[in-house]
Design a protein around this ligand. Sequence first.
Ligand code: FES
Ligand code: FE
Length: 446
Amino acid sequence: MDGDTIDGRLVDAGSGLIDRRIFSDKDIFEQEMKQVFGKSWLFVGHESQIPNKGDYFTSQAGRDAVVVTRDSDGEVRVMLNVCTHRGMPVCRYDKGNAKRFTCPYHGWTFSNNGDLSGLPLSTEGYGGQLDRKKWGLIQARVTLYYGSIWATFDETVPPFEDTLGDMAVMLRDFMQGPDGEDDGLEVIDGILKFEIHSNWKFGAENNAGDLYHDVSHNSVQRVGLALSGLRGRHVWNADKHLFKTLNVAYPAGGHAARVNLYDDEQREYHPQWAVIPEVDEYFRAAHYARQERLGEKARLLNRGGIVFPNIAYNSAGRWQITMWVPRAPNRTEVWKWYFVPKNAPQKVKDTLRHYLLRYGGPSGMVEQDDIENWASAQVGAESAAANRLPMNYTLHMGQARWAWPVPWFGEGAYVDEGVSEHAQRIFYAHWAEMMGGPVSGQETGR
Ligand code: FES
Ligand code: FE
């Protein structure tokens, strides 16, 4: 992070240029763990993973391992999975049900609400003086948002909904699922986890709104992965009512969504699952019920996006959350939660589970294209010779408008149309703000 950057900046949102070293430099990585991950609300899981008192699962809040419990009083807790004695993980399972966690090293025991409830040699060794209240598991602040669970260990971060801003419209729409219920989704049991040799930001920025990379998925398009049999992954490409594809970015929080806007809220249903009539019937009914429920807002189809910094969601038939767990500048763990509509018939849930596994993850047909892209881009980011030129994010610059073209995106929405790197510029501008570095182009030129 010396002066040898783009005009003294790592990220120049105004010019759309980004120094390659933000993907490879160790000091930058350590700084973003503190300044970006340490100061953000982070997704850790979903309430459907812990329906009963005593249920728990382990997860990650950035680099920090956490255990998420529904304690004996029914309260959801997110606690550092670090024994307060010498730092061992107190929970070594992915999930389960327990009243307490006993550390395998010296046996300190913590209740499922984090209290230090068992202390070997309490009297003989500590004279009964050790303050158990002080030495409980370290607790995160927790926000439950339509089934999703968010946490931060920082006391100064504003409330979750403040950091979400107008992005709340999109996240809520996603979490509600096709039936529009407040906790409309449930997790398919088992979180998919794999490691990629790439910086975490490549995945995040791609999901912010990289509509430019369809060429990567050409082979899948030719195969015709969509169950409708259409030559194309997305049935919406065939919809004559598709009016605009929009990159809806929220500069205040760095979030972004990819949205289809239709010219008619009453558009007809396009069969996506025609080969399985029972599934098609469910989605057909959900389609018309949504129009009824939302009125004019049914013109919007929320396809996916990111909640800054490291969470992507995919909606509209491929309900999933992807989390990038940063391990090193060139090493990222990817965790995927696949969801199904909670009240859907079992046949629909099974079909979606098969579809999602065929689509995503390292064994899926689509996502392995992306994984290869990001790992290869990492090699370019680490090249000293390549660093004479910054990364180029200038596609479709200067075209975005505030709260356009529909007011219900919220006043905080800064929107561009079509294939653009607008959402990536917003992502990096916000990243740079959190890193505390000088950034240009805050108001114009994005
Ligand atoms: Fe947990 Fe010692 S490290 S009891
Ligand atoms: Fe992709």
